[in-house]
Design a protein around this ligand. Structure first.
Ligand SMILES: *Cc1c(COP(=O)(O)O)cnc(C)c1O
Length: 379
């Protein structure tokens, strides 16, 4: 198939495009007991804690697998068997946290809002006041299924004011949107190597309050996802309990160096915001309409409404873009028929402009004159 020869730009929620230097960092086999490899792990863990401003209060624990493994390890290890988690849901990843709670048999009332509506921190406070048995709140920072930015600072304040503990899935935000443990109280945040930190996929990590993790011995329902045990192992001899994804860790170490060189969270966030601005403006010029108003849009991934033109077929659009070297993502929303274009990964303004040119070309091939969606009925 034409297009298979070129390495595509991934404008998706993951896996994401990574730099050549990150890929090159994988061209070496490491022994898990190698002193230099152990030092790389130490440095990676310290850098992660620093990114959350958690020195002295928090520790970073990596876990093999995709991002979901880290979320599952966080919930299973830090919510006690008799705990109760209020899960805030406004998309697929919030729903996934509820499923994780069900598998782990943790009580989990759900506060759900629609996919284009953030949870109301005042309602979180009301639900916590009404149910003293709730021990934890679980929230998603950027809900990647729509790209919505949830009010994590206000949720953290409401949770802390009620004396409860916050667990955050910041998978698609960590490293690009600030999360400061000194001013935003949380017991743990989960993210992964291959989102905004631009490593390759293969492990996730949890940055947890040390006291909470220390108190969580014997809580996890699964050995391989026991964060407490993984942490004790790493602290004891610097080694992962089970085969570490050595190449992925080496690549992630390089990715963290590149993140710092770009200006850390502020620098990375600025590039993504610029990517997002170019994308939204360029799409608007073609008639496309984003699902979310600017105030709710995180600079991570943008959901666009499906065009009304009957000549527009998503499959053909997707294939046309991928032949030109750009991979986008279908929508998975119930509120609107839609598709998504990501702003994260090793992409900058030239790639975003390239994607827009490919979109313009593909629309012309399809005979679609405008990306304008069907007019919405008044509410
Ligand atoms: C990507 C993502 C995850 C993890 O997904 P995996 O496919 O397991 O890596 C979890 N939560 C959010 C919000 C995400 O964007």
């Amino acid at each position: 198939m034409p297009g298979d020869e070129i390495e595509p730009w991934l404008l998706t929620p993951g896996p994401l495009t990574t730099s050549v230097t990150v890929k090159q960092a994988m061209l070496r086999d490491w022994g898990s007991r190698d002193r230099r490899f152990i030092a790389i792990n130490r440095e990676v863990r310290d850098r992660l804690v620093d990114l959350a401003h958690g020195r002295g209060s928090h520790v970073a624990v990596p876990v093999q697998g995709s991002g979901t493994f880290a979320v599952e390890a966080m919930i299973g290890t830090l919510v006690p068997r008799d705990g109760k988690v209020l899960v805030l849901v406004n998309g697929a990843y919030g729903k996934r946290i509820a499923r994780i709670c069900a598998y782990a048999r943790r009580a989990h009332p759900v506060y759900e809002t629609s996919e284009d509506t953030p949870p109301d921190p005042a309602e979180v406070a009301r639900r916590l006041a009404a149910d003293p048995a709730i021990t934890h709140v679980a929230a998603v920072h950027c809900e990647t299924s729509s790209g919505i930015l949830n009010p994590i600072a206000e949720i953290a304040a409401a949770t802390a004011a009620a004396g409860r503990r916050l667990l955050i899935d910041a998978m698609s935000a960590f490293g690009a949107l600030p999360l400061d443990a000194r001013s935003l109280p949380f017991d743990a945040v989960a993210a992964s190597a291959n989102k905004c930190l631009e490593g390759v996929p293969g492990f996730g990590f949890v940055i947890a309050r040390e006291q909470a993790l220390a108190a969580a011995a014997g809580t996890a329902p699964a050995l391989s996802l026991d964060l407490h045990d993984q942490w004790r192992g790493l602290e004891a001899n610097g080694q992962w309990r089970f085969t570490p994804p050595t190449h992925v860790i080496a690549a992630f170490h390089q990715a963290l160096i590149e993140h710092e060189a770009e200006g850390g969270v502020a620098g990375r966030g600025a590039r993504y915001r610029e990517n997002c601005r170019i994308l939204v403006e360029g799409m608007a010029a073609l008639g496309f309409e984003p699902l979310l108003p600017p105030a709710l849009q995180a600079p991570i991934i943008v959901t666009f409404r499906m065009p009304a033109d009957p000549r527009f077929r998503f499959e053909a659009f997707y294939d046309g873009l991928s032949r030109k070297g750009y991979v986008i993502y279908p929508g998975k929303l119930t509120v609107a028929d839609s598709f998504r274009i990501g702003c994260i990964g090793r992409l900058g303004p030239p790639e975003m402009r390239g994607a827009l040119a490919a979109i313009r070309g593909t629309l012309a091939e399809m005979g679609v004159e405008s990306g304008a969606p069907r007019r919405r009925e008044a509410a």
